[in-house]
Design a protein around this ligand. Structure first.
Ligand code: MRU
Length: 350
């Protein structure tokens, strides 16, 4: 299995996703500031991977603290959490992870500095294991939704590289193939950062899964030609009403799928569901550098001074979503009710 991220004695080790698919290079972040930079610069990306990277960054910052009393460590801890929290605003897994580490800190605060350090490092590693288990559970739930054969379209990368292993949307595809389904993946290249062509195609080919890369503007034509039987994507944040924030371009795919009567599935761990955000309207959308749009591989591809927009995510209204697959089970419309029911499922039972 690809090791997207890993806790080591030297720091947090990442496969550098900015170098794929041509170079498989691993980098070790030796400080929490380096982990924050790795998240911001998309060395590590994908909502679940960002969450666990955040937890490991926090654990690393605490481990390296020279504080000798809990009060001083708590002040430093607050600063570390703020630094990590300012990296990327849309993936709610980042804030879920910070909250979980804060709760863990307080739960053992009375046991002193040494115990806090050990506990937070253990917690971050536990989160990695839980993420892989959640993906495998999503795969088990979602495999049945996939067609028995034919093309499945995905957008961006919601695979092993976007998680701690196996993937969400790609986990569903992997599980369906393991159960005997004959799927062929169509991967949108996903402008401007090209997570589809660089990352999804790379990891699926590594697994021997048949993959065709298409430019984003080809999806409609492929659907019209009957080549796509289902769409499955990941999510960065799912509002309580089932609106889904995911990589820019997801909304267009969802609208196209509805027009062609193709089911549109979203696979995401429960840590991506934000029951405190009522609708997609309230989800903050990260704006990234214009250079991602005006330049490709260091070469300028738009005129100097042209106006540019570069929202990293869009929101797909729940009316386009056929079902949301989580490790707790599958939610369908009305999502306000089905997500509330899943919220009541104890994580321990999953
Ligand atoms: O900007 P990115 O590459 O972090 O965006 C990733 C996505 O939009 C993924 O589809 C989403 O995080 C789901 S990953 C399992």
């Amino acid at each position: 299995m690809i090791k997207t991220l890993e806790w080591t004695s030297q720091g947090v080790r990442f496969i550098d996703q900015t170098r794929l698919p041509t170079e498989e290079i691993y980098v070790t972040c030796g400080t929490y500031q380096e982990v924050a930079a790795a998240i911001r610069d998309m060395v590590v990306r994908g909502a679940p991977a960002i969450g666990v990277a955040a937890a490991m960054g926090i654990a690393l910052g605490v481990k390296q603290s020279t504080a000798t009393d809990v009060a001083t460590l708590r002040t430093e801890f607050g600063h570390i959490c703020r630094t990590i929290g300012e990296t990327r605003p849309t993936a709610v897994n980042l804030f879920w992870a910070i909250r979980r580490m804060q709760q863990k800190f307080e739960s053992v605060a009375s046991q002193g500095v040494h115990q806090i350090k050990i506990t937070l490092a253990d917690e971050a590693q536990q989160m990695l294991l839980e993420d892989i288990a959640a993906n495998q559970a999503m795969g088990r739930h979602g495999a049945a939704l996939m067609p028995s054969s034919g093309g499945v379209l995905t957008h961006c990368n919601a695979g092993a590289l976007a998680t701690c292993g196996y993937g969400t949307a790609l986990g569903v595809i992997r599980a369906a193939i393991d159960s005997g389904k004959k799927l062929h993946v169509f991967a949108d290249e996903t402008r401007p950062f090209l997570q589809g062509s660089r990352l999804t195609a790379w990891e699926l080919m590594k697994d021997g899964i048949q993959t065709t890369v298409i430019a984003d503007n080809m999806a409609g034509a492929m659907m019209r030609q009957g080549k796509i039987k289902a769409v499955v994507v990941g999510a960065d944040r799912i509002a309580a009403n089932g609106d889904v924030a995911n990589k820019i371009g997801t909304y267009s795919v969802a609208v196209l799928a509805k027009e062609h009567a193709i089911p549109f599935y979203v696979a995401a761990p429960w840590s991506t569901v934000d029951m405190n955000t009522a609708t997609g309207e309230q989800i903050p959308i990260e704006q990234r550098s214009h250079k991602e749009v005006t330049h490709h591989a260091g070469k300028q591809i738009a005129p100097d001074g042209v106006l540019v927009e570069n929202p990293a995510f869009d929101v797909t209204p729940n009316k386009y979503v056929t079902a949301i697959v989580t490790e707790r089970g599958i939610a369908r419309a009305p999502f306000v009710d089905s997500l509330k029911e899943l919220a009541a499922v104890s994580a321990a039972l999953v």
